[in-house]
Design a protein around this ligand. Structure first.
Ligand SMILES: NC(=O)c1ccc[n+]([C@@H]2O[C@H](COP(=O)([O-])OP(=O)(O)OC[C@H]3O[C@@H](n4cnc5c(N)ncnc54)[C@H](O)[C@@H]3O)[C@@H](O)[C@H]2O)c1
Length: 332
């Protein structure tokens, strides 16, 4: 058996982590032969709750889980980790301006970036889930200059999964037959869920979703807004934000990053932009990617029409504004 892999989950006493820890610990992310040591970081007032989570993990009696390290100290949390799920973040409270939310998170992700830089493995793969995820990932990377920028990513996989679920429901096919829906840009209401490259595989044939649906109004209005607003719909119904589906998406993202994407399949993740598709450089922008040998690659050369370009421009503009605000906070 391989040596245990150290994996940190922040916000470990929160609701996403409650679903995510089980998925990781039972071997669904890093493989069924990969023993794990889980580092669980939360803030001091949550240590009692975290103790309960540690007890439950023990009671799950999972053979791959070799040790659990609960802590409120980022140094302990990030030492020697190979994978980091950064879920913990300052939530938006009533009456809070976007600027205040960004300021609180810049502080958190600066501290965590510095700790990753000093104590984590240099090839650590970092997934930021805590919002605003794209800009938090950018700040974290900025404070971890000895770790490659390619190792910092933000989660838009939940949006991709939502998009594929909407398409499957519309076509009345199992969701497993639908792939390659793309999420462009920011994990916010400006994201662009794009069905242009999505396909349905059935009975050995691959068909383009837009050829089957052939209803531009549904694609550009109903589908687009239902994916963009799905998070709000879940909150309205559950009175709490998406947690089980967010945990599943975080696991999907990290699994594909470690183990690679299936040939022919495209996934979406927020990665450092190289300016592809005329997007702003040096922001964490969600692109279609494929992954091989632990390295993601933006899928270039997809046909992007005028409507799509305008959507990419809008979400890119928001990411530039967020970056500018975050940098102002840092320099203040
Ligand atoms: N990218 C996505 O698709 C997506 C989807 C859903 C939720 N989210 C975001 O994920 C985050 C977590 O959601 P949740 O439902 O689990 O929230 P939650 O409030 O249940 O849990 C968050 C946990 O983070 C902890 N925390 C706060 N500051 C911390 C710090 N500095 N270090 C370590 N832990 C800290 C809190 O104490 C809490 O236990 C939120 O920011 C949410 O907006 C992102």
């Amino acid at each position: 058996m391989a040596e245990p892999l150290r994996v940190v989950v922040t916000g470990a006493a929160g609701q996403i982590a409650y679903s995510l820890l089980y998925i990781i610990a039972k071997g669904d992310v890093f493989g069924k032969d990969q023993p794990l040591i889980l580092h669980l970081l939360d803030i001091p007032v949550m240590m009692d709750v975290l103790e309960g989570v540690v007890m439950e993990l023990a009671d799950c009696a999972l053979p791959l889980l070799r040790d659990v390290v609960p802590t409120d100290d980022p140094i302990v949390a990030f030492t020697d980790v190979s994978a980091a799920f950064l879920v913990g973040a300052m939530p938006r409270k009533q009456g809070m301006e976007r600027k205040d939310l960004l300021a609180a998170n810049v502080k958190i992700f600066k501290v965590q970036g510095e700790a990753l830089d000093k104590y984590a493995k240099k090839d650590v793969k970092v997934l930021v889930v805590g919002n605003p995820a794209n800009t938090n990932a950018l700040i974290c990377s900025k404070y971890a200059p000895t770790i490659p920028k390619e190792n910092f990513t933000a989660m838009t996989r939940l949006d991709q999964n939502r998009a594929q679920a909407q398409i499957a429901a519309k076509l009345k096919v199992p969701v497993g037959m639908v792939s390659n829906a793309v999420i462009w840009g920011n994990h916010s209401s400006t994201q662009y869920p794009d069905a242009s490259y999505a396909v349905v595989e059935r009975n050995g044939t691959v068909e383009k979703v837009t050829d089957i649906i052939a209803d531009e109004k549904w694609i550009r209005e109903t589908f687009l807004t239902s994916v963009q607003k799905r998070g709000a719909a879940v909150i309205a119904a559950r009175k709490m934000s998406s947690a089980m589906s967010a945990a599943k998406a975080a696991a999907d993202h990290m699994k594909d990053w470690f183990l690679g994407t299936t040939p022919g399949k495209i996934i979406s993740m927020g990665v450092i932009s190289n300016g592809a598709y005329n997007t702003p450089k040096d922001v964490i922008f969600s692109f279609p990617v494929i992954i091989e040998d632990g390295k993601w690659k933006i899928v270039e050369g997809l046909l992007v029409d005028e409507f799509s370009h305008s959507m990419l421009d809008a979400t890119g503009k928001e990411l530039l504004e967020e970056r500018e605000e975050a940098l102002k906070i840092i320099q203040a």
